[in-house]
Design a protein around this ligand. Sequence first.
Ligand SMILES: Cc1cc2nc3c(=O)[nH]c(=O)nc-3n(C[C@H](O)[C@H](O)[C@H](O)COP(=O)(O)O)c2cc1C
Length: 538
Amino acid sequence: MSVQIQSRSKKTIGSWQGSDQDLKFEPGEILETLRDLSKDCFLIDYQDKIAVANSGRFLTGNDLENSHPVAAVSLAISPSDFGDEGFTTTHGIKSAYMAGSMANAISGIELVTSLGKAGFLASYGSGGVAPEKLLDAITAIKNNLPDGPYAFNLIHSPNEPVMEQKAVDLFLEHKVKTVEASAFLRLTPTVVQYRAAGLAADGSGNISINNKIIAKLSRPEVALHFLNPAPEKILAQLVEEGKITAQQAQLAGKVPMADDITVEADSGGHTDNRPLVGLLPSITALRNEIQENNKYPERVRIGAGGGISTPASVLAAFSMGAAYVVTGSVNQGCTEAGTSNQVKLALAQAAAPDVMMAPSADMFEMGVKVQVLKRGTMFPMRSQKLYETYLKYDSINDINPVERQELEQKIFQNDLDSIWQECVKFFSERDPSQLKKAENNPKRKMALIFRWYLGLATHWGIHGIPERVMDYQIWCGPSMGAFNDWARSTDLEAAENRHVVEIADQLMMGAAYQYRLNQLAIQGLQVPTTWERHLGFN
Ligand SMILES: Cc1cc2nc3c(=O)[nH]c(=O)nc-3n(C[C@H](O)[C@H](O)[C@H](O)COP(=O)(O)O)c2cc1C
């Protein structure tokens, strides 16, 4: 195996002038020089070998006096060069990287604080978190990161609109300035209220947007809602209810609903399994069209998420024009994530094909699915069985007795009537309207019972309940397997060594290094395969 750089084109693009003593010939020194991304790098054709220098100067023209021919040049690059500067300045972060929300506080106080202190944006996973706990998290994160950066998830809950409203009430009361809005299919009054309530006009007619929205979505028709200003009808209703002022409603008609849109491709959790390479250009084109019509002073930035977990995928997203990148699955496997060690160990073992779609707890009745880990758990099969039963029958009393017994023994480990009593207890505290709706609707009651299993399956995983190991619901995308492949036989292979900040740094630095290698490749130079992994930075 060659440990030298191979020149495939033998082209010369100019000349290098400098001290011959600064030229590196040994493979180890060459690699070290290439990895120093803070300096321009010159690859010099020296007596049929490639030598490298990061000092001296590059001149156009060949055969100049006291010079050597240059085969390739790679300019200095930093992770902060990637993406849209507007994203980093708006959110006060060091580079265009964000850790997306993970429900049930899997992206919790520790994860958000660690990344925030290192200058990265992370979003607290408010989905499934009770209002009292959400308030505690807001207080703690604001205390840990008084000047940010941080965001909170505003997740659309079609079955629990009360929870969505309570979250917005808390965000407004406690001045949470950035939300990651997700799972919306259309705009609700709550998300519009959040946006509009943060608008103000300064003396010179500029609109200041104090409540920032990073909308995460996968479909152009949903993107349209966030690229455009809020609908007048919802704004008028909010004014009437006294939730925003008439002036805020008027300003809301002039600004887009979101500052940033994360285009989410095949990911862990809710996903349409679409490939990023197709989706990102489509939604970027839509943004361009709307920007041309609406001429906002600042265009809505389009970022990319889903499937991003290696330096190559980070670079691919930026190469397609992403304003920023969002990771998810890979952070769940880190020590800072709010889940059990059992889950983290399972994630560290996952290969890319070890994931599949399974019914989602929050939108079970609508047939919505989420991407989960299938290795080591029966959850995907069991939850699918429940969904099929839900479609087949109108009430738990109609379920064929043999089938019912099987469900009770294998899945619920209890009889369905007792499970219903647990649902009554749960919803009486959390959202009694759910019980009211189920009162005279046996199909709805059945849905709530089945959702008991789907909801708890997540908690069994988070708390590492040993008796329920075969029922763990672990949201996870194929990006987890890609990360594991990339991290194999390095320090990051072991679950206990995975930390969100180091991974963010490695992915961004690695993307910059990969960019350098790509530049060399375009100029006809190929490095040995063993040099392709960048690990060793920091
Ligand atoms: C365990 C887990 C929980 C998630 N929960 C949420 C959530 O509550 N709200 C949300 O907007 N996105 C959620 N996501 C999506 C992530 O924020 C992120 O967009 C996605 O994971 C990126 O794709 P990847 O998994 O391929 O990295 C979740 C993802 C995972 C893996």
